[in-house]
Design a protein around this ligand. Structure first.
Ligand code: PXG
Length: 460
């Protein structure tokens, strides 16, 4: 292994330094310090290696995001070349840079028809905050100054900044920080058929869930509602796949009440669902699209807000400075990496892979696990999937959360060489789009073993 200065310390020394100095995301610092953090030190393809030399198959592509897999030399090289040519310049004062002009053209090519204006940032969270501001600005320009409330969904995840965390519908994200912000957002039901469908068919339930939005718009008054935001498939909420009836009905409702439609494509974008975007998979025609993660396959931070139709035209013709933008908006190194990343996705037909052979193989092999006594439902699309653990299959009842079924399964998974995440008792998977059939077989074997170990822990 290379002896880079930054990895020369022993695992114990890095764990001590991390425990002392690193305020980490979504972490119980006290508990982790007692246990010792795992240090991931290198990666190649779909495989991670930790500081003790242990190899793990990355069933999560980092955080739903390393779409082209690890170890792409050409992404490192393009970053290196761009760092030498122009490491940075801002795009504030009537300037731009070559890579970001290329990126705009590329994004206009791959995003759904009509989306052709892009604002750049550094994370999915800041992209959603940008959209919140632009929704307000749009309606101000239109003279509809009350049209400001944004409707979002329970179990939605839109990020952690003040605006994005307010939009998020995972309730553990609010009380510690006095969120959601007041007079800002309203949450409605998500199309979670397996948990909430009851006796209804998926199609009936999809219509019901969409009409919860309509009811909310009517309650609030359409003159007060600026936008609806949703992930085409809710990722961090537990890979909730909407029934086919859901998005067309949402689209109808947004059009009928003149409510802007925001598709948060941070997870679904760039091939994950088997098409370029979740909006393509579900036939959504958004006014705004949030993109991050797969935009650069996470090799470097970058986000983009896509805009189309009347929204883009309104901003193009605003006739005044629009007072928004970051130091790093359109960063040339990030843009160069994004362009090359999109070229790789196109050249290697990774979207077609997720939507074709490999996606189908992944989904069908996962469904073999549906007969396991702990598994209530296996669901997914392309290369995103969930395995929902239940105590009782017939009633779909979950284990008492204190029994930590999902967490146990996740721990077994790590111990057996697979990174799989637990969302409550839902095991979620989102591997790199380059995953092979052999790696999928390895993954399925490990998951089967972990389900058995978890069942044994729980006395099932
Ligand atoms: N929108 C969606 C749909 C996301 O999934 C964000 C916005 C925010 O992106 P940033 O770049 O600000 O993190 C996300 C991020 C998890 C997990 O536990 C998911 C995300 C981030 C962290 C953890 O599954 N998604």
């Amino acid at each position: 292994m290379s002896a880079l200065p930054r990895t020369r310390n022993s695992t114990a020394a890095m764990q001590a330094a991390d425990a002392r100095h690193h305020f980490k995301p979504f972490t119980d610092h006290k508990a982790l310090a007692a246990k010792g953090v795992r240090v991931i030190s290198s990666a190649e393809g779909c495989w991670l290696t930790d500081s003790e030399g242990v190899r793990l198959l990355d069933g999560m592509a980092g955080l739903w995001s390393v779409n082209v897999g690890y170890g792409r030399k050409e992404l490192a090289e393009i970053a290196y070349e761009q760092l030498q040519e122009l490491p940075y310049y801002n795009s504030f004062f009537q300037t731009t840079n070559p890579p970001v002009t290329e990126l705009g053209e590329k994004l206009a090519e791959v995003t759904p028809e009509g989306i052709d204006l892009f604002a750049y940032g550094n994370s999915g969270s800041d992209a959603n905050d940008t959209i919140v501001k632009l929704v307000r600005y749009f309606w101000n320009l239109k003279g509809k100054k009350k049209k400001k409330t944004i409707i979002s969904r329970q179990l939605g995840y839109h990020g952690v900044t003040l605006g994005a965390a307010s939009l998020s519908g995972l309730t553990n994200m609010h009380p510690q920080f006095d969120l959601p912000l007041p007079h800002f957002v309203e949450h409605v039901a998500s199309p979670y058929w397996y948990r909430d469908g009851g006796d209804r068919s998926p199609e009936e339930f999809g219509i019901w869930a969409a009409r919860e939005l309509e009811k909310k718009i009517q309650d609030l008054g359409p003159e007060n509602v600026g936008a609806f935001i949703g992930e085409p498939i809710q990722g961090a909420g537990g890979v909730i796949i909407p029934p086919a009836s859901y998005w067309p009905e949402i689209q109808r409702i947004c059009a009928e009440y003149d409510v802007l439609l925001i598709a948060d494509e941070v997870i679904c974008g760039f091939g994950r669902t088997g098409k370029w975007f979740g909006s393509d998979t579900f036939g959504i025609k958004p006014d705004f699209m949030t993109m991050a993660k797969g935009l650069t396959s996470s090799y470097i931070p970058m986000s983009a807000v896509g805009m189309g139709g009347r929204v883009a035209e309104t901003f193009r013709n605003a006739g005044e400075d629009i007072a928004h933008g970051f130091t790093y908006s359109g960063h040339p190194v990030a843009a160069a990496v994004a362009v090359r990343n999109l070229e790789i996705i196109q050249r290697e037909k990774l979207v077609e892979r997720a939507g074709g052979d490999i996606g189908a193989y992944f989904q069908s092999r996962l469904r073999e696990l549906a007969s396991h006594r702990l598994v209530g439902e296996v669901r997914g699309h392309g290369l995103i999937a969930a395995i929902e653990l239940v105590e009782d299959k017939a009633s779909r009842s979950h284990f008492d959360p204190k029994r930590n079924a999902g967490y146990r399964c996740r721990q077994h998974s790590f111990a057996n060489g697979l990174v799989m995440r637990a969302v409550r008792d839902i095991m979620v998977l989102s591997p790199p789009l380059i995953i092979s059939k052999e790696e999928i077989d390895t993954m399925i074997g490990t998951i089967a073993r972990c389900l058995d170990l978890t069942a044994a822990d729980l006395g099932r």
